[in-house]
Ligand binder design. Structure first.
Ligand code: NAD
Length: 448
């Protein structure tokens, strides 16, 4: 039943691309549609933010931020639609030779549950700006805001078949997209294990693939950092969005000379992270997305208790038994080889690893299969830049953590993925490149 529903969506996207008006719509009109979607998101911001809290559990303030960011994303790509361009090359012949960019075709887009609306925006906006048609599959755990967005897209007046949303589990709805010979490109955000499966499934018709995967991101605090900012930043890096963030600073590397004082300062601030329903005023951390995910996080906490020193959290908060809550949890005195220092937990669990000097910090930071994000805290500008340049990660911050801009490329080194989303880079994955050579000679080629 679901497979057939997916097929219907794929055929609709195929028809809209091959025969429909979208590919031939001018860049200016595509841009206008995207601005309209941005406007509609803003006009419905309150309802969307509240729905996102109910959809996935995050605190309202974070959901409001996501909604504004989703509108910005449509507006950024709305503006970019008219700036896409090719180039002319001088070639050693009497030829006018130039390069044009064209949409890739039908794009299958598969997204996770941690930023349901924002991930939909990150996927849809560049694809539509490029002139592609889309079948988007939200996570089976959090389909609601993607479906609301689909209503707004209809209201914006996009032609039929350009955007299609298919709900359902990865096993059928997602696999169908990855395998279908009628899909030209697959864009995936999610876990590394799933990403590998999708990359293999996509080989049937050699689809173009972009993969945004997991991370175990180092956040490095040097003794010469601004202490208060670094404490606050370390907590936010690890615990924003319940720690269910691919770029979470879940590995905190702290210079030995301040390590004890730093951990004590974090512990003093932990009570400020109020847990509760995301719509309750003052709440800073909501429940985890599902009971099954909480069990996964708790299994890692059990491993951590054997490997390192639990200094706070580790359990279910009292009085919140009805939700899938886990307390903000910190393991101290960890070493880089421990599982809690190497594997993505994707919950509110921070692993603290002390280091002795800059070289050791860089070595530990890069000792990972992942390479998504990294943070550095120091007031020594030379050191800050030197260390950032040494880090094998696609997204880096100095003296801050987590700000994410639609204008900047998002993606990872190593097993954190393949390709980049957002910014001028993000649209490249939705464009083909065609060379056109126009012979300016009148005479035949003369080969035979
Ligand atoms: P997941 O890999 O379990 O699922 C992601 C999506 O893939 C869902 O829509 C799911 O239904 C679908 N899916 C699952 N199996 C599939 C299959 N065999 N074929 C096709 N589709 C399939 O990930 P999740 O649990 O939803 O999200 C958490 C993961 O996402 C974490 O590892 C996190 O790091 C990663 N993530 C990465 C980024 C990034 O930008 N790099 C952003 C957010 C989340």
């Amino acid at each position: 039943m679901r497979a057939r529903r997916g097929q219907k969506a794929i055929l609709a996207a195929r028809k809209a691309f091959d025969e429909g008006p979208w590919r031939k719509t001018t860049a200016q009109d595509r841009g206008k549609f995207l601005f309209k979607i941005g406007d509609l998101i803003r006009a419905n911001a309150k309802a969307l933010a509240e729905l996102e809290v109910r959809n996935m559990g995050k605190p309202l303030a974070e959901a409001e931020y996501d909604v504004a960011d989703a509108a910005n994303c449509f507006e950024f790509y709305g503006g970019l639609a008219t700036k896409l361009h090719g180039e002319t090359m001088s070639v050693p012949a009497n030829s006018l030779s130039f390069v044009v960019r064209e949409p890739v075709g039908v794009c299958g887009q598969i997204i996770p549950w941690n930023y349901p609306l924002l991930m939909a925006a990150w996927k849809l906006a560049p694809a539509l700006a490029a002139g592609c048609t889309v079948v988007l599959k939200p996570s089976e755990l959090t389909p609601l805001t993607a479906l609301e967005l689909a209503k707004l897209i209809l209201e914006a007046g996009l032609p039929a078949g350009v955007v299609n949303i298919v709900t359902g589990p990865g096993k059928d709805a997602g696999e169908e997209l990855a395998e279908s010979p009628l899909v030209d490109k697959i864009a995936f955000t999610g876990g590394t294990v799933t990403g590998r499966k999708i990359a293999i499934a996509a080989t049937g018709n050699l689809k173009k693939t972009t993969l945004e995967l997991g991370g175990k991101n180092p956040n490095i605090v040097f003794a010469d950092a601004d202490f208060e900012s670094a404490v606050d930043g370390a907590l936010f890096a690890a615990f924003a969005n319940q720690g269910e963030v691919c770029s979470a600073g879940s590995r905190l590397l702290v210079e030995k000379s301040i390590h004890k004082k730093f951990v004590a300062a974090m512990l003093a601030k932990i009570p400020k992270i109020k847990l509760g329903h995301g719509l309750t005023p003052g709440v800073k951390m909501g429940p985890l997305v599902s009971a099954a995910h909480r069990e996964k996080v708790e299994a890692y906490i059990a491993i951590g208790k054997k490997e390192a020193k639990l200094v706070c959290g580790g359990g279910r908060p009292k009085g919140l038994e009805a939700g899938n809550f886990v307390e903000p949890t910190i393991f101290d005195d960890a070493t880089p080889s421990m599982r809690i220092a190497r594997e993505e937990i994707f919950g509110p669990v921070m692993t603290v690893i002390p280091f002795k000097d800059e070289n050791e910090a860089v070595r530990i930071a890069n000792d990972s299969d992942y390479g998504l994000a990294a943070g550095v805290w120091t007031l020594n500008v030379n050191r800050g830049i030197r260390v950032l340049k040494e880090l094998r990660a696609g997204i880096t911050w100095l003296n801050t953590y987590h700000p994410t801009f639609n204008e900047m490329p998002w993606g990872g080194y190593k097993q954190s993925g393949n390709g980049r989303e957002l910014g001028l880079y993000g649209i490249q994955a939705y464009l083909e490149t065609k060379q056109i050579n126009i012979n300016l000679d009148e005479a035949p080629l003369g080969w035979y």
